[in-house]
Design a protein around this ligand. Structure first.
Ligand SMILES: [Zn+2]
Length: 258
């Protein structure tokens, strides 16, 4: 199979050179897939022995620590950022890390993917924590801010309606951190907004009330690779590092107390 692929790659390369646009089209035709397949080979060679045992145990089922809801953005890499292993995180990704508010008649709603993931995490996996993680330089948030939609991204415009309440708060001057660029400020407000949406789900509201579930807001800063934790009392986002860890742990403990 690899031999065939290499052959295809060489043929593609020759055609592109003849067309004189090899640099641009090489990326479309072959290079990304070549990189990914080489990545699999590299994993098999250098890392599979470390993971084989872990994966074989996971065949019996998953018991993840938390549901993490984050953006599709390729620069956000949850398992690396929080040093987790396979089976540790149940991850739901969508454009802008959005949670549509709960609707009782969701069977007629087109956004059932998110509802299904949340309900599976809560009812079946019985996760104790749900994290919404936004990030800096988020394209969805920038699109919301710029309102520049073409006919090619009509679905995006429709989807982003779930972030509109955050945009309104941003327009009203809700201060999260005035030092941040506008799109990053809005991105943080959006994390808080989506946490509010989570609470509209009866299964979540009941468990929050009973103290059997906790929700958390995180924000990932691409430039520094830092992750910040939302502090509900102040609406501030606190850097998660060894100095602030004790404060964050005590905050979590308070939240989980009846
Ligand atoms: Zn994003």
């Amino acid at each position: 199979m690899i031999v065939n692929y290499s052959k295809r790659w060489r043929i593609g390369d020759r055609i592109l050179k003849e067309a004189g646009v090899e640099f641009l089209i090489k990326k479309w035709v072959g290079f990304p897939m070549k990189k990914l397949i080489n990545g699999i080979i590299n994993f098999r060679k250098n890392f599979l022995h470390e993971y084989r045992n872990r994966f074989s145990k996971l065949v019996a089922g998953q018991l993840p620590d938390a549901l993490l809801i984050t953006c599709c953005d390729s620069r956000v890499v949850p398992n690396i950022l929080v040093s987790t292993n396979p089976g540790d995180l149940f991850v739901l990704r969508n454009i802008g890390n959005l949670v549509p508010p709960y609707q009782a008649d969701y069977q007629h709603n087109t956004d059932t993917s998110v509802v299904a993931a949340i309900e599976f995490a809560v009812f079946t996996l019985k996760v104790s924590d749900i994290i919404i993680c936004g990030h800096s330089e988020c394209g969805a948030v920038s699109a919301l801010l710029d309102k520049q939609f073409s006919s090619d991204n009509g679905a995006l415009k429709t989807w982003l309606k779930y972030a509109e309440p955050a945009y309104k708060k941003f327009q009203q001057g809700l201060l999260i951190d005035s030092n941040l660029a506008p799109h990053n400020r809005l991105s943080r407000i959006n994390v808080i907004q989506q946490l509010d949406h989570l609470q509209t789900y009866p299964c979540i509201a009941e468990r929050l009330q009973a103290g059997t579930l906790r929700t958390h807001g995180w924000w990932f800063d691409l430039a520094t690779a830092n992750i910040y934790h939302h502090e509900p009392e102040t609406e501030n986002f606190i850097l998660i590092d060894d100095k602030k860890a004790a404060k964050i742990f005590s905050m979590l403990f308070r939240k989980s107390s009846p």
